[in-house]
Design a protein. Structure first.
Length: 348
């Protein structure tokens, strides 16, 4: 196998050779060995916006996970080809809501609530779910704009059906003043709605999904940091459980976390509850601040990490040789409905 340096040089050469024909967007959770080649780095909202704007590149080699590449395909033109360097780079959260479960849930919820719900889906969902949401008047959200989108949803309908991340949904609704007792959880395995108060008071129906990376940050981690480093500030992603967010000092999207650390004074101390590659990059870029992972065992997103240097090089070599591999192409009818949900978000 090629040595690391040889592979890196080859990627640089291909990038030079392809010039503006090639665009390489990269999520902040990507490995350093891949991230170094990013033409644009961003969180999921930024990557969606960047994809929507790019009309030049013939090839978009997406360094992120499957749902992000699907979004890029939906938002770019038919002449552009989106490639995911490793097809196994999925997202366990997106996998927690399939379209059949969702349609069944919608039917059952409509029999309880009639026409009072607007569906919203976190962009971390399949194109089929985005299409379902688009068809039913709803929109996508990201962790950067969730508050704005949920607020908008309440101008449309009395209730919000939020897929697939219960935590982002709960944390966002709570910030907007919805009481926990007025939130219900839809369990797609048991096909039942779990709620505490009166059914007619339910304002938000949360899909029972979660991120397996952010689930690793716990109240115990927070108690440990508070005891050992009393001066340390705790910042977490809103994909963490509500109790964890409530006990932290700050919570927000990937971009919010990066901006907060960048603007923090030298000498400040931070425990960060988010994906490992981002935490490590922040540690490296801010030697003047004390930064640790909120969970002392670093938490990688295993699927994000599947995009590595060998896979990136392999997909680029294939393009050069005229045999495109791992092309992400969303079926036309699905894309047509999904784009409605994405555009409702992008225009707000
Ligand atoms: P953001 O990029 O919106 O912060 O989402 C984090 C994430 O889990 C991406 O998969
Ligand atoms: Fe999915 Fe969580 Fe990984 Fe993001 S960090 S891709 S939500 S599993």
């Amino acid at each position: 196998s090629l040595a690391q340096e040889e592979m890196e040089n080859r990627v640089w050469d291909i990038k030079k050779e392809m010039g503006a024909q090639l665009f390489l967007p990269c999520h902040h959770y990507q490995r350093e060995e891949v991230y170094q080649f990013a033409d644009a780095a961003g969180d999921s909202l930024q990557l969606a916006q960047i994809s929507a704007k790019n009309r030049h590149a013939k090839y978009i080699v997406f360094c992120g996970v499957h749902f992000m590449a699907e979004t890029a395909d939906i938002l770019t033109s038919a002449e552009q080809t989106v490639i995911l360097p490793d097809m196994r780079a999925g997202c366990s959260m997106a996998d927690m809501a399939d379209i059949h479960q969702t349609e069944r849930a919608w039917d059952m919820l409509q029999s309880l609530f009639g026409d009072t719900m607007l569906p919203l889906t976190y962009v971390n969902s399949t194109a089929a779910i985005k299409a379902f949401v688009g068809r039913n008047g709803g929109a996508t959200v990201t962790s950067s704009n969730a508050k704005k989108m949920v607020k908008w949803a309440f101008t449309q309908k009395k209730r919000v059906f939020f897929l697939p991340d219960q935590h982002l949904g709960r944390n966002t609704a709570f910030d907007l003043g919805v009481e926990l007792a007025d939130m219900a959880v839809w369990d797609p395995i048991r096909n039942e709605l779990i709620y505490e108060g009166a059914l007619e008071n339910v304002k938000v129906i949360l899909w029972k999904g979660h991120c397996s990376v952010h689930a690793h940050f716990t109240i115990k981690n927070i108690e440990f940091v508070r005891a050992k480093y009393p001066d340390m500030q705790i910042i977490v992603h809103p994909e963490c459980a509500h109790e964890v967010v409530a006990l932290s000092d700050f919570s927000g999207s990937t971009k919010y976390i990066i901006d907060t650390i960048e603007n923090a004074p030298a000498g400040s101390a931070w425990a960060i509850g988010t994906e490992m590659n981002l935490v490590q990059r922040l540690i490296k870029n801010h030697p003047d601040k004390k930064i640790i992972s909120l969970n002392p065992v670093m938490c990688p997103c295993l699927t994000m990490n599947r995009i590595d240097l060998p896979h990136l090089l392999w997909s680029l070599e294939n393009i050069i040789e005229g045999k495109e591999t791992n092309v992400i192409k969303v079926e036309e009818n699905t894309a047509r409905d999904a784009v409605l949900a994405l555009e409702r978000m992008l225009k707000l």
